[in-house]
Write a protein that binds this ligand. Sequence first.
Ligand code: FAD
Ligand code: NAI
Length: 481
Amino acid sequence: MAKAKNEKWDVVVIGAGPAGYVAAIRCAQLGFKTLCIDEWIDHAGDSSLGGTCLNVGCIPSKALLESSHLYQLARSDFEHHGIAMSSLDINVEAMLARKDKVVSDLTDGIRTLFKANGVSELHGRAKITALDTVVISDRKTRKKIKKVKAKNIIIATGSSPIRLQQAMIQDDYIIDSAAALELDKVPQRLGIVGAGAIGLELGSVWSRLGSEVVLLEAMKDFLPLTDRKLSNIAKRSLMKQGLDIQLNSRMIEARVKNNKVHVVYEDRNGEHKEVFDKLVIAVGRKPNSDRLFGEELGIETDERHTIMVNKKCQTSVPHIYAIGDVVRGPMLAHKGSEEGIMVAENIAGNNHAEVDYDLVPYVIYTHPEIAWVGKTEEECKNAGIKTNVGSFPFAASGRARAMAEIEGQVKIIADAETDRVLGVHIFSAQASELIAQAVLMMEMQATAEDMALTMFAHPTMSESMHEAALSVHGQAIHIKN
Ligand code: FAD
Ligand code: NAI
């Protein structure tokens, strides 16, 4: 790794995940002498940039989702297209190797971007020891590598999986999401605690490859942040695919006996026992702020270790910023990256830069995908906002039929007085791509009518967005209004 040469920096960024590396690049683009420090080590023991997202999060999970989806299509859908195969097999080792290659290409790409933009990098664990001083040590030996001075510090140290006392991590059996991306063979029975984003995505991967997957979820509602109607449709669809989603289920204990994980959980009907080959713990993540600074520096955190920041991501010390998973808001890569850009611009004096937290898009990459932005109908109702709602089923879309992707629908919620779009909720193939249209529309403060008056290419999945917008005013063409 290129050694950082200079001891005095305009900006020191701690963490090279999607929040930190984006912040570092924009700082360097704005002319600041920028150092980015990161401690991540890959399988081979080498430093790897990109944080959770690139190494054990967004990217490897999407690589495996893609491979497992193709396998699923080959197994059950190709026949309908008239494609016959005499045999079909899975090579998990090759699947994991492809995933690793996707990851290393992208993490190496960040190193290239750092070089191209003049960001210096340093491998090691950073600690803020004074308001302008960061000490970097070896992650394993704790030996001090270097001390640097900084005019501005950006903390982007991310998050780590939350552990469960009743089911402590135990190599090969009770595992976290990173280990669930590395299983070298398909488990016959896979238990997952938590039916959130990770549980549903990794559950989909292994279920498509042949595992019997059971998800134990403590909450009574499925995906409580999403639109009720779409979350019900999504739950039914995922259950039909083979994901056994048990809501209202509280984990009592998990023990490893005779190479199996024995689980006891409780729901409304009392206690139940399950036996799994592996159990994945996916019950959320906690901010990485421990041992990063002493109390004497006055950087405030809350009881969940979240670093407290204002709208501009300034901590209680104005020249020390914090962004990404380590601060409030959804733990999403794109949210952290946007905060990184905002902070860089603000350091440069461009005070207009801000993040619109009402317009963060959410996507869960099951198949079909679940995507949304803005308010749900219930939120509008609770806030006393009168709405007009339009929706369109993909079963009525020509492109969806041609693609054999007729499941799901688009729902658009518009303010009844102003017609401004307040929320868009989609359950469909390619929902992750479709939702971007909604974000853009809402960013531009568009009305449902603006969207209805826009021309969309035929035949596309996007036409369903158009039809849903038309349906807000009872003018959809391809369904009965
Ligand atoms: P991180 O990516 O966690 O990066 C923090 C970096 O800081 C790490 O490299 C860490 O090693 C380093 N670090 C920490 N402490 C120190 C220290 N003291 N000194 C030096 N370095 C330090 N989000 C999405 O938006 N879309 C998805 O599809 C998605 N899929 C996911 C799938 C999985 C399985 C998981 C686990 C997460 C997923 N996420 C997804 C969430 C996403 O990964 C995080 O929101 C994102 O990585 C947060 O970015 P960050 O830069 O804040 O932190
Ligand atoms: P999550 O918050 O999405 O889901 C955790 C689930 O576990 C919740 O439904 C919660 O009710 C449940 N839970 C908590 N304690 C429990 C217990 N004791 N027993 C049973 N269930 C319990 O967190 P997850 O899935 O771990 O993901 C972590 C973060 O990573 C999320 O904030 C998410 O935003 C991000 N992520 C994003 C993805 C995406 O954008 N596609 C994909 C994967 C992760």
